[in-house]
Design a protein around this ligand. Structure first.
Ligand code: UD1
Ligand code: UDP
Length: 370
């Protein structure tokens, strides 16, 4: 068995799966990392005590989608040729994941897709993630859908029902585990945020379709909120992509109540989510995690492949229009009833046991096929 990760969310969501598989003697599980991300991936691997068995180390500054695809495909091809495995597993919608599926297919190795079936059905939103996961689906032999909605999407695409299992999202396994561990903040910015007595707004933004002007709209909205709410502190752990940082720093960098930091390690980030009054984000994973802590979340995107949080009333799609973001955030920060309606802890994405289910399913399916 080979588990493949490349980015921060890949590692967060695959770590519980790797640990669950390694508890089982029937499997010998290799962890292969493409290194599509470097520091942000390594942070997560350290936290979960994982050491890669192979590391393709492909990341370059300002890499293009084609570069990631080619470098990861060549590297994975070589590894699968040198050390064949019986199943390849990867999660979600990153380019590492799509390429892992393709490399497995070229070697006629069954592929297991963790977090299968998420869709917006808009080819360019999110870009390129929507096509990454749609292209992965027909290659996969095992589809681990986090929710019933995801299962329905796969059925609609004629994926055979007997190849789909609703397991919950392994990201919820990860976040509940991290939240249960003792934690003492050491990072000065985070200490300031966690000890702040006024309101704490947590912002993350990195999506390709938000680069440039949409990102500037988001940053201007955050600045307007700081002007309007004098007790508010903005915590903004910035993705390492220079395209993202440039815009956010230009608009928010000089504000005394904007804390622009390096990406937070996963444990501090989870604690920041728990302390935040309001979360603004275009992240996929954060949309799944924030509802678990009863934190209202405004999603800075036009569409989402995670409609369950919106349906549960914990998340609202607000897009990237500055005035709309300010209006929605202001409503939540000034109307206690509106806030209370969104601030109910719900967990539509999983119960914390997804990885064990995936392990048990693989055990059963692989022993049947032998
Ligand atoms: C990638 C995924 C996206 C996911 C996101 C999670 C693809 C195409 N995109 O987007 O689906 O939501 O990760 O964060 O798979 N960088 C660093 N150090 C790091 C990580 C990134 O310096 O640890 C910088 C590099 O300059 C790199 C750039 O960020 O070239 C972009 O990284 P890349 O993986 O191509 O795209 P993301 O926007 O991170
Ligand atoms: N995250 C983190 N540190 C940060 C920001 C986010 O550890 O500074 C975590 C977050 O809790 C979630 C994951 O990273 O589990 C989401 O990653 P990202 O937003 O980069 O990717 P996406 O989920 O949008 O693919």
């Amino acid at each position: 068995m080979a588990a493949v990760c490349g980015t921060r969310p890949d590692a967060i969501k695959m770590a519980p799966v790797v640990h669950a598989l390694r508890q089982c003697e029937a499997f010998e599980t290799r962890l292969i990392v493409t290194g599509q991300h470097r520091e942000m991936l390594d942070q997560v691997l350290r936290l979960f005590g994982l050491t890669p068995d192979a590391d393709l180390n492909i990341m370059t500054a300002q890499q293009t989608l084609t570069e990631i695809t080619v470098r990861a495909l060549e590297g994975l091809d070589r590894l699968l040729r040198e050390s064949p495995v019986d199943v390849v597993l990867a999660q979600g919608d990153t380019t590492t994941t799509f390429v892992a599926a393709l490399a497995a297919f070229y070697h006629r190795i069954p592929f297991g897709h963790v977090e299968a079936g998420l869709r917006t059905y808009d080819k360019y939103q999110p870009f390129p993630e929507e096509m990454n996961r749609r292209l992965t689906a027909p290659i996969a032999s095992f589809h681990f859908a986090p929710t019933q909605t995801a299962r329905q999407n796969l059925l609609q695409e004629h994926i055979p029902a007997e190849q789909i299992w609703v397991t919950g999202n392994t990201g919820i396994d990860a976040v509940l585990w991290v939240a249960s561990q003792p934690y003492e903040p050491t990072d000065p910015a985070l200490r300031r945020a966690l000890h702040h007595t006024g309101r704490l707004i947590l912002l993350t933004a990195h999506r390709r379709e938000n680069w440039g002007e949409p990102m500037a709209h988001i940053a201007r909205a955050a600045r307007a909120l700081l002007e309007r709410f004098e007790d508010a502190l903005l915590l903004l752990p910035m993705h390492r992509n220079p395209r993202v940082r440039e815009t956010l720093t230009a608009i928010l960098g000089d504000h005394p109540r904007a804390l622009l930091t390096e990406p937070l390690d996963y444990a501090p980030f989870v604690h920041a989510m728990r302390h935040a009054d309001l979360i603004l984000t275009d992240s996929g994973g954060v949309q799944e995690e924030a509802p678990a802590f009863g934190k209202p979340i405004l999603v800075l995107r036009e569409t989402t492949e995670r409609p369950e949080g919106v349906a549960a009333g914990a998340a609202k799609l607000v897009g990237v229009d500055t005035e709309r973001i300010v209006a929605e955030a202001t409503r939540l920060l000034t109307d206690p009833d509106a806030y209370a309606q969104m601030a109910r802890a719900v967990n539509p994405y999983g119960d914390g046991h997804a990885a064990e289910r995936i392990r048990d399913i693989l055990l059963q399916e692989i022993s049947h096929s032998k």
